[in-house]
Ligand binder design. Structure first.
Ligand code: SAM
Length: 241
């Protein structure tokens, strides 16, 4: 087990990142921690069981998802207070990033329990890293609002943002969202990343209009992260009077 400053007899909450597709992306340290903890708090225990089976890890699990978060927070806290070491994992990537976890992590901190990150993949950074768009500053939103009006209003607020924009998107809303991005933010450079690290991984780069034309009426499937250029200065010649 890693050696960290812990708080007396209290336990440790490990925030463990897991692969976003390819199981080989698990880190050695994540494997070690998952093997050694007393309990794994998983967003979906059936999903995490596949990961654990693959790596022959046999540790008790408890579910921790949005619907039962309130009740489970107290349960997990009481076990941490009794000195247990608990790993928090989500279905994919880094817990707390558009996934449950944040409030549990806050509660642990407020109760002076050591919270230790076990870093690894996150779809946002993975997508950004291959987007070809500026990486020095970026704005991550996670999922845009579901309702069309709210989504457009949110995008409108991002119009002046110069940093690269990163959004998670579900395939059934993709075409609508691309239309909104085109209409509200304009015909910017973007990268549509899909199924990263998986068998059907793809990255489409181009103007929003080009990506929309490529997709047409087709419904793409799988996990999608969009990376959109921030507002850039217009080139001479493009500027209006
Ligand atoms: N906590 C996770 C992380 O750190 O990446 C994100 C969780 S969020 C509920 C799930 C969303 O992440 C998906 O709907 C999709 O937008 C994006 N995502 C997850 N896996 C992906 C992948 N392999 N390729 C592209 N996007 C992915």
């Amino acid at each position: 087990m890693d050696h960290f400053k812990t708080n007396g007899k209290k336990g440790i909450l490990y925030v463990v990142s897991t692969p976003i597709g390819n199981l080989q992306d698990i880190t050695l340290r994540a494997l070690q921690i998952l093997k050694e903890v007393d309990l794994i708090a998983a967003e979906d225990t059936r999903h995490t069981l596949l990961l654990l089976r693959h790596f022959d890890i046999r540790v008790p699990m408890t579910s921790f998802f949005e619907g039962n978060e309130l009740k489970k927070r107290e349960f997990i806290l009481s076990r941490l207070n009794q000195g247990e070491r608990i790993a928090l994992v989500s279905d994919a990537g880094t817990p707390g990033i558009s996934d449950p976890g944040y409030r549990l992590i806050r509660l642990a901190i407020e109760n002076e329990i050591a919270v230790i990150p076990i870093p690894g993949p996150s779809a946002a950074i993975t997508a950004l890293s291959v987007s070809g768009l500026s990486t020095d500053a970026f704005f991550f939103k996670g999922f845009l609002p579901n309702k069309p009006k709210k989504r457009r209003d949110f995008l409108k607020k991002l119009e002046e943002v110069k940093e690269t924009l990163i959004f998670y998107e579900s395939p059934h809303r993709l075409n609508e969202t691309l239309k909104d991005i085109f209409e509200v933010l304009g015909d910017r450079e973007m990268a549509l990343t899909r199924e990263l690290t998986k068998m059907y991984e793809e990255v489409r780069r181009g103007k929003v209009s080009e990506i929309r034309n490529q997709i047409g009426e087709n419904k793409l499937k799988g996990e999608i992260t969009l990376v959109v250029s921030g507002k850039t200065r217009k080139k001479i010649g493009e500027m209006g009077g």
